[in-house]
Design a protein around this ligand. Structure first.
Ligand code: NAP
Length: 326
């Protein structure tokens, strides 16, 4: 699989990233890490590596820390693996504390960022993260404080590069103004059904403009400043590639049918086509896969074989937006 040199870094990452949210047994708070979950994580890592993927995406909250913990067990068992892969994690979301009556919240305080990274490194059994992302904007954030935390982490060799997730153009610009190093990534939900990033490009000056607020200028900011755009939920959680859904709207049905036809014509799995739509974008969007199944990882990796024509790309887009271009 093709590798990308990430702008503003010395990192070479695969065109697809393996998201680790599905490791560690899911969202039950009391789930225990078993040998089976460990074996599953090992197979997931093997499938990623075997299909040319060297880039792994974590967050401290995934499976309440167990996703990182189980991944760390594999790293510990396999000396040398750490140096062959690029690991990214995120912090800044705090779960609710029912007993104390505290709701879920966001926390970009220096104290929380520093503590979170220490905990992430312990769980992952590594001494460094290649990339740290701030997971979801904290309303109460202070640029100076975040800059101080980033600086401390960089000097200690605990984090090499920093980025954000779910931030609009103004938030990136604001945060960047405090930082010495460039932000290297913004991870955002992008897929054929959640296509605000593409809608924003064509909706300006339209009477019936309908793109979701917040996308204005995001793509342009990222391209101008070398911020890698990473797509979370790139498969739209499977509903365009065979997963039955209760919300089978005409748009989902028509888009899934078109994806199936185009995939079949090329002799490729539907996943490859869904991802190829993101890969065709000139911002060099990096899809962050959510599947943990080796077979599906393989199907996804075949996206690298597809280069959609402009006409195919727009046909998919028009079908997914449910109306013609303006
Ligand atoms: N930054 C953020 O705020 C944020 C938010 C969410 C996620 N993320 C990251 O992005 C990654 C991907 O997110 P995602 O999981 O939502 O992405 P996704 O790749 O769109 O969806 C993957 C999910 O869909 C299921 N799926 C896919 N095709 C299927 C099919 N044909 N039939 C049945 N199930 C199917 C997968 O199940 P199987 O495992 O069974 O294949 C998996 O649960 C995560 O791992 C995480 O790293 C980031």
């Amino acid at each position: 699989m093709e590798r990308l040199k990430m702008e503003n870094t010395n990192l070479e990452v695969s065109r697809l990233c393996a998201g680790c949210m599905g490791l560690g047994g899911g969202w039950g708070r009391d789930t225990v890490l078993t040998k089976e979950l460990e074996a599953e994580a090992g197979m997931f890592i093997d499938a990623a590596l075997g299909n040319g993927i060297n880039f792994f995406d974590h967050a401290d909250i995934y499976a309440f820390g167990r996703a990182e913990e189980v991944f760390g067990r594999i790293l510990k068992q396999r000396p040398g693996l750490r140096d062959r892969i690029v690991i990214q994690s995120k912090c800044g979301i705090r779960w609710r504390d029912e007993a104390a009556g505290i709701p879920q919240r966001f926390d970009f305080s220096a104290e929380h960022i520093l503590e979170s990274v220490d905990a992430i490194l312990t769980r992952l059994c590594t001494d460094r993260l290649d990339i740290l992302l701030l997971h979801r904007p904290d309303v109460l954030w202070e640029g100076e404080e975040i800059a101080r935390a980033f600086d401390t982490l960089k000097r200690a060799g605990k984090v090499r590069y920093f980025g954000v997730s779910n931030q609009n153009r103004h938030q990136m610009e604001y945060l960047q103004s405090f930082l010495t190093d460039p932000l290297v990534a913004n991870q955002l939900e992008m897929n054929l059904l959640h296509h605000g990033f593409a809608e924003a490009a064509i909706s300006f000056n339209q009477t019936a403009s309908g793109y979701p607020d917040g996308w204005e200028g995001v793509v342009e900011y990222c391209r101008l400043h070398g911020v890698s755009m990473q797509a979370w939920s790139p498969l739209a959680r499977g509903v365009l590639s065979g997963k039955p859904t209760a919300e089978q709207t005409p748009i989902v049905r028509d888009t899934a049918a078109l994806v199936a036809r185009m995939a079949q014509a090329r002799g490729l799995p539907a996943e490859a086509l869904v991802l190829a739509w993101l890969l065709r974008h000139p911002a060099r969007i990096v899809p962050v896969l959510g599947t943990t199944k080796p077979e599906r990882i393989k199907a996804c990796s075949r996206a690298a074989e597809v280069k959609l024509s402009r006409e195919e790309w727009y046909t998919l887009f028009a079908t997914a937006r449910g109306k013609a271009m303006p």
